[in-house]
Write a protein that binds this ligand. Structure first.
Ligand code: AMP
Length: 290
């Protein structure tokens, strides 16, 4: 595996792959890698060669009071794991490569970016869209892999790819969870003791929604009540939002229908976690995917 530190060299590698008619796959990450990231890499390896993984903790997607400084950084372990998985290139530029002095462009996917995560984290998706577009321009992948863990993020990136006629196909991959249901996240490293146990409340509240749906409940407000009950019962967990939204619009729905998401964010101690479940109509019943 080659570690690439500059934009110029990454572009050179990408151009060559394209000229050789190879199918380049790309997995953008912020490092502190876990089995969720690795599942994206494996998926990319199945479909593409070469595979490029980026590690870049993007300052533009963190708010002023968020955890940019203390975000976990485990480069040596990440790099060793990616090498073992057979990744061809690890693109790990320093911040000044991506945002040199004088950088003044931002990408805004309107509407979708202001709800849910975007409402709680103003400017977050503008930072995400800006860096993802820049990375896609540098790496020029045929396929780029994102986790459904960040469902709103994937939706926004797909919208951007559609609106701007990007060549990359955006592939959404399943959520990888711990055996007790907690969705893997680099931020889980912050959870100690009681917080780690309490963090399963997000998954348990999704299970409560699934149970209600399988016993016939279709009303979004009542399903959210069921989710909140689980979260409110857990001390040390403070709900930020829990909503059921259409899978395309990310607008709240009144009753569940064809394709929607239950999306939630909660603080467990001082750690902010997100999770979601996908609800899909299947004949007269609904399928729930965690
Ligand atoms: P991050 O490093 O948190 O920016 O995440 C990089 C990519 O990994 C994003 O597309 C995430 O959605 C994805 N990802 C993070 N956690 C998981 C998970 N538990 N399961 C699947 N994908 C994930």
């Amino acid at each position: 595996m080659e570690i690439v530190r500059t934009v110029a060299w990454m572009k050179q590698v990408a151009r060559q792959a394209r000229a050789d008619g190879r199918i380049l796959g790309f997995v953008p990450t912020m490092g502190a890698l876990h089995a969720g990231h690795f599942s994206l890499v494996r998926r990319a390896k199945e479909q593409c060669s070469p595979v490029v993984v980026s590690i870049f903790v993007n300052p533009k997607q963190f708010g002023p009071s968020e955890d940019l400084q203390r975000y976990p950084r485990t480069f040596d372990a990440d790099s060793a794991a990616l090498e073992k998985l057979g990744v061809d290139y690890l693109f790990a530029p320093p911040p000044e490569e991506i945002y040199p002095a004088g950088f003044q462009t931002a990408v805004e996917v309107e509407g979708l970016s202001n709800r849910l995560e975007g409402r709680s984290r103003p400017g977050h998706f503008r930072g995400v869209a800006t860096v993802v577009l820049k990375l896609l321009e540098i790496v020029q992948p045929r396929f780029a892999y994102f986790g459904r863990k960040d469902a709103q993020q994937v939706r926004i990136v797909q919208q951007m790819a559609r609106d701007l006629e990007l060549d990359a196909e955006i592939v959404a991959c399943p959520i990888v969870r711990e055996p007790d249901g907690l969705a893997l996240s680099s931020r889980n490293a912050y959870l100690k003791g009681d917080d780690r146990r309490a963090a399963t409340a997000l998954f348990r509240s999704l299970q409560a929604v699934e149970r209600e749906i399988s016993s016939g409940e279709r009303d979004a407000a009542r399903l959210i009540v069921a989710a909140r009950k689980v979260l409110d019962a857990e001390r040390g967990v403070a709900l930020d939002y829990a909503e059921i939204v259409g899978a395309e619009s990310f607008e709240p729905v009144v009753g569940i229908r064809r394709k929607c998401y239950v999306l939630m964010a909660a603080f467990v101690g001082s750690t902010r976690l997100i999770d979601n479940g996908f609800i899909e109509q299947d004949g007269d019943s609904f399928r729930f995917t965690f």
